[in-house]
Design a protein around this ligand. Structure first.
Ligand code: XUL
Ligand code: CO
Length: 437
């Protein structure tokens, strides 16, 4: 492929930690092995089409600043087709092997559904050609069910049945295009699936409708033979006051209540965890322990700004914690690390897209190595195992196996007296983590 979109920027090399070249990886060395897999096999980085190609970098107080010389700013299918090649040149140069898209990022929404579907098919032709030429794959596709004004009161949870039907039709098409492009997954992020106020809301009906939409999607997935994974992406608020998929626990509860557990797993995003008042490690742990950790939207928020800033992840503690959970589930299968992140409004040049992704990839390479080393070292795991060892045998084993009653517990304490507890050693364990960072 020619280098017409990012002239003067080479394929980003790995130069190691001593390099001072801003256009080089210091830690991400794609083919280097960590444990029994290479870094690229562990990390499965993906580039988000909406941020990389479509985000003008506006904020609530000012319009777009991004300079994207290849984009003529129109909604033409021609412009959309051209953008595909800018996206793929960018991914080739950064060595990112997957991408993710919404239907409306890759192709324009036109005057009616049929025209929009035709536009999407035309761009999908181009995407398929670019995938075949580069070997880059689709991590997941999704439908944008939150930007158009028809979705002002939700999509699957809209009080209007025809809006529901429009959303479902969009899901059908996006799913078919994802299938055609060999996507490894499909995401449901309920951008406006929640409420602005309970005074006008029938929550039970809305939740039932959302479940209907997902059941329809599961049925259609089976009908067309799509074998990829389905994910729900939790987020507590913004744009709505409360979103039903507010965090991992709420999503799991929803899936269980509506008979969808096993059909969908979770795509967990760092900044959404922050907005939910949780650590990312918490959100991942909740999902992993339910066997439902599917994929990750890798970004971060700003501690001083209260909205979804979608910044690139650079914090090594964060990436270490994330990779601990990923390694502990045995690695990704269909999922990966999708940079659902954008440059700051001040970083408006095309080269900033490179700095941003290089930084995120290096941060995750360090997180991966650190997490692997902590697990290999084994001291933290050994501590945790020992901490719960009173349940391994004796009376504790009877509690776990369900053979002890309240009366048995009373008798046990009357016989043994005041229990012994030990220090949780938080500081010592944090010091061990720091030994590896
Ligand atoms: C929005 C967000 C979405 C989803 C896909 O906060 O994260 O971009 O990842 O719809
Ligand atoms: Co996301």
């Amino acid at each position: 492929m020619s280098g017409e979109f990012f002239p003067g920027i080479p394929t980003i090399p790995f130069e190691g930690p001593k390099s001072r070249n801003p256009l080089a990886f210091k830690h991400y060395n794609a083919d280097e092995k960590v444990g029994n897999k290479t870094m690229k096999e562990h990390l499965r980085f993906a580039c988000a089409y909406w941020h990389t190609m479509r985000n003008g970098l506006a904020d609530p107080f000012g319009g777009p600043t991004a300079e994207r010389p290849w984009d003529d700013g129109t909604d033409s299918v021609e412009n959309a087709r051209k953008r595909v090649w800018a996206m793929f040149e960018f991914m080739q140069k950064t060595g990112i092997e997957f991408y993710c898209f919404h239907d409306r990022d890759v192709a324009p929404e036109l005057h009616d559904l049929a025209a929009s579907n035709d536009a999407l098919d035309a761009v999908a032709d181009e995407l398929l050609q670019a995938q075949n030429q580069t070997g880059i794959k689709l991590l997941w596709g999704t439908a944008c069910l939150f930007s158009h004004k028809r979705y002002n009161q939700g999509a699957g949870t809209s009080p209007y049945a025809d809006v529901f039907a429009y959303a479902a039709a969009q899901v059908k098409k996006a799913l078919e295009v994802t299938h055609r492009l060999g996507g490894e997954g499909y995401v449901f992020w309920g951008g406006r699936e929640g409420y602005a106020t309970l005074w006008n809301t029938d929550m039970k009906r809305e939740l039932n409708h959302l479940a209907r939409l997902l059941h329809m999607a599961v049925a259609h997935k089976k009908k067309i033979g799509f074998r990829g994974a389905f994910y729900i992406e939790p987020k507590p608020r913004e744009p709505s006051t409360h979103q039903y998929d507010s965090d991992s626990a709420a999503c799991l509860n929803f899936l269980r209540e509506h008979g969808l557990m096993g059909e969908l797993s979770l795509n967990i995003e760092t900044n959404h965890a922050t907005l939910a008042g949780h650590t990312m490690m918490h959100e991942l742990r909740v999902a992993r322990e339910a066997g439902a950790l599917g994929s990750i939207d890798a970004n971060t928020g700003d501690e001083l700004i209260g909205w979804d800033t979608d910044q690139f992840p650079t914090n090594i503690y964060l990436t270490t914690q994330i990779m601990m959970e990923v390694l502990r589930m045995g690695g990704f299968t269909t999922g990966g690390l999708n940079f659902d992140a954008k440059c700051r409004r001040e970083s408006f040049e095309p080269i900033d897209l490179f700095h941003a992704h290089i930084g995120g990839m290096d941060a995750f390479a360090r997180g991966l190595k650190t997490a692997h080393a902590i697990i290999e070292d084994g001291r933290i795991d050994a501590f945790v195992k020992e901490r719960y060892s009173s349940y391994d045998s004796g009376f504790g084993a009877r509690i776990e196996s369900g053979t002890a009653t309240l009366e048995d517990c009373e008798a046990h304490i009357l016989a043994t007296g005041e229990p012994l507890t030990r220090s949780g050693r938080q500081e010592m364990l944090e010091n061990i983590v720091n030994e590896f960072i």
